[in-house]
Design a protein around this ligand. Structure first.
Ligand code: ATP
Ligand code: LTN
Length: 334
C-alpha cells in the first residue's frame, strides 16, 4: 500500500472528547493534506489517555468517536493506516526497551508532566511520567521521518529524537531520527471567550470552543458571542487578540489573506464579521458532521476499518521490534 519512495509520517491524537475547531485546524487538517505526499500512519492513542483517570465506558466511546471523526475529516484508509493504539502490541513492547534508554532526569524536565502533575495531584502515576517514552515508541516503531504536532508537543518530540540517537549510539543504526512538522495556518486557535488562551475542549465554558460536530446554529451562536475589543476596524493588529483569532480562523477556512479580509469587510461592523466567520466555519464543518453521524451509526464499518488498520500497523511495526530485540541481545523466538 505504501510507496517506498515517499517519506513516512506518524501522528497520534488523544481520545479525550470530541475534537474542537482548534484540533481540526491545528492538527487534523494537516494530517489530511499530508496524505497526498507521504505514507501516513495515524492513531488514536487510548493508552496515553489512561495516564489520567478515565471512566472505562466513556473512554471506549471517546475512542470510537475519535476514530470515526478522523474518517469523517478525510483520513482515507485506502491510502493511510488508521488504527487504535492499544490494538497494536508493538507500541508497548518497544516502549519498555526504550525506557531503558531514557534517563529519569530527562523525563522530569517535561513541562507536560509538570503541568499534569499539578492538575492531577492525587494521581501522579508512573505512566504519566513515562508518557513521552510511549510516544517515542509510537513514532520510532514505524521509523517515521516526520511527525506533525502542535507546538505543545515539540518537547516530547525532542525527547524521542534524543532516545533514538542514544539507542543508535549504543546498539548501532536502528532508528530514523524523526523531525517535527509544525503546520502554519491555525497552529494555535484561541478561545472565543478568552482569546489569550488556547481553544481547549476541557474549558468549563462551552462558548469558548467550537466542536467539529456542533450544528450550524450552535456554531453561529458561539461566534456571535465571541469576545472582541471596543475598536471597530477588522484588521490584524497587536492588542486585538479576539479579532486576530477570528481573522485567523476565517483565513484558515476560506483561504483568504488578512489583507483581503480587511478590504472585504471595510465599513462593516464586528457583528457582520462574526456572522460571516460563523457561517464560513459552519459550511466547512457541516459535511464532516454529516459524514461523522453516518459513520458512528455504522458499527460494523467502523470495526472493519480499525481491524484492518491494526493489522497493517502490526505488519509495519513488527519488523522494527524484531530488529530491536535482536540488537539488545534477546534470544530469537525461532
Ligand atoms: P485539551 O483541549 O483538552 O487541552 P487538546 O485538544 O490539546 O486537549 P490533544 O489531543 O493533545 O488535546 O491535541 C491534539 C492535537 O491538536 C495536538 O497536535 C495539539 O497541538 C492540537 N491542538 C489542540 N488544541 C489546539 C488549538 N487550540 N489550536 C491549534 N492546535 C491545537
Ligand atoms: N502526545 C500527543 C499525542 C501523541 C502523539 C504520539 C503525537 C501520542 N503519541 C506520537 C505524535 C506522535 C498529544 O497529546 N497531542
Amino acid at each position: 500500500m505504501f510507496d517506498k519512495n515517499k517519506k513516512l509520517i506518524f501522528s497520534g491524537i488523544q481520545p479525550s472528547g470530541t475534537f474542537t475547531l482548534g484540533n481540526y485546524l491545528g492538527a487534523v487538517i494537516n494530517w489530511n493534506k499530508l496524505q497526498d505526499d507521504y505514507n501516513c500512519v495515524y492513531c488514536v492513542v487510548d493508552m496515553h489517555a489512561i495516564t489520567v483517570k478515565q471512566e472505562p465506558a466513556k473512554l471506549r466511546q471517546n475512542t470510537l468517536e475519535a476514530y470515526a471523526l478522523l474518517l469523517a475529516c478525510g483520513i482515507d484508509i485506502n491510502r493511510s493506516v488508521l488504527f487504535i493504539q492499544s490494538h497494536v502490541k508493538t507500541h508497548a513492547e518497544l516502549s519498555w526497551v526504550l525506557s531503558c534508554s531514557t534517563q529519569y532526569g530527562e523525563l522530569g524536565r517535561m513541562t507536560q508532566f509538570k503541568d499534569k502533575s499539578l492538575k492531577h495531584a492525587d494521581d501522579i502515576n508512573a505512566g504519566l511520567y513515562t508518557y513521552p517514552v510511549l510516544m517515542a515508541a509510537d513514532i520510532l516503531v514505524y521509523n517515521a521521518d516526520l511527525v506533525p504536532v502542535g507546538i505543545d508537543q515539540k518537547q516530547h518530540l525532542e525527547l524521542a529524537r534524543n532516545v533514538a540517537q542514544r539507542f543508535n549510539g549504543r546498539y548501532g543504526e536502528t532508528f530514523i531520527v524523526p523531525e517535527p512538522y509544525i503546520g502554519e495556518v491555525g497552529s494555535k486557535v484561541m478561545s472565543l471567550q478568552n482569546p489569550e488562551s488556547k481553544m481547549s475542549k476541557s474549558d468549563d465554558n462551552v462558548n469558548a470552543y467550537v466542536l467539529v460536530i456542533d450544528d450550524k446554529d450552535t456554531i453561529i451562536r458561539k461566534f456571535k458571542r465571541a469576545v472582541t475589543d471596543s475598536d471597530t476596524e477588522i484588521v490584524y493588529k497587536e492588542g486585538k487578540d479576539g479579532i486576530n483569532n477570528l481573522m485567523t480562523i476565517y483565513s484558515a477556512v476560506t483561504g483568504d489573506s488578512f489583507d483581503k479580509i480587511t478590504a472585504d469587510f471595510s465599513g462593516k461592523g464586528y457583528g457582520d464579521f462574526k456572522l460571516a466567520v460563523g457561517e464560513a466555519v459552519a459550511d466547512k464543518l457541516s459535511p464532516i458532521r454529516e459524514e461523522y453521524l453516518k459513520i458512528i451509526a455504522d458499527k460494523d464499518y467502523l470495526k472493519k476499518c480499525y481491524t484492518e488498520g491494526a493489522e497493517q500497523a502490526l505488519r509495519l511495526s513488527q519488523r522494527v521490534v524484531n530488529k530491536v530485540y535482536r540488537k539488545v541481545g534477546f534470544v530469537d523466538k525461532v
